[in-house]
Design a protein around this ligand. Structure first.
Ligand SMILES: [Zn+2]
Ligand SMILES: [Zn+2]
Length: 137
């Protein structure tokens, strides 16, 4: 009986991550999972997320010391907006030169993730307007 319930919780958490494109935190996944399964607890969501990550079904990325989860498990990179906190996938080829430089030392590269920090288009526009206003005063 208990096993069955766990399976259902796991399936729900998995589904939530699969239908999210915004790299949600565990808390966000919990909020969404609760709509489907009101009895689910935050602790369960944490545990199930870790399980899914270790099984390679979802990916965990750490941004500003916080864990975010996503359905994509392939190599890709992220842009992070410092204003609104938005995390977006960035498709860019891996820098083979940099990679080879590391491998020359005898190291084995298992995962590569670039993080681009800055402002998204909307925040850049907003801040730009603000700065202009300040400049006029
Ligand atoms: Zn932004
Ligand atoms: Zn991503």
């Amino acid at each position: 009986m208990k096993k069955k319930r766990n399976t259902k919780q796991k399936a729900t958490v998995y589904r939530v991550v699969q239908s999210s494109n915004d790299h949600p935190t565990a808390e966000k996944v919990y909020e969404r999972a609760k709509k489907e399964l009101p009895s689910i607890s935050l602790g369960t969501v944490y545990r199930v997320l870790k399980e899914l990550v270790s099984e390679g079904k979802i990916k965990e990325i750490i941004v500003n010391k916080q864990s975010h989860f996503e359905k994509r498990t392939d190599h890709h990179h992220h842009f992070i907006c410092r204003e609104c906190g938005k995390i977006e996938d960035v498709e860019t080829p891996l820098c083979r030169y940099t990679c080879r430089k590391v491998e020359k030392k005898g190291y084995v590269v298992e995962d590569i993730e670039y993080k681009f920090y800055g402002l998204c288009d909307k925040c850049a526009q907003k801040l730009n307007i603000k700065e202009k206003e300040v400049a006029q005063v």
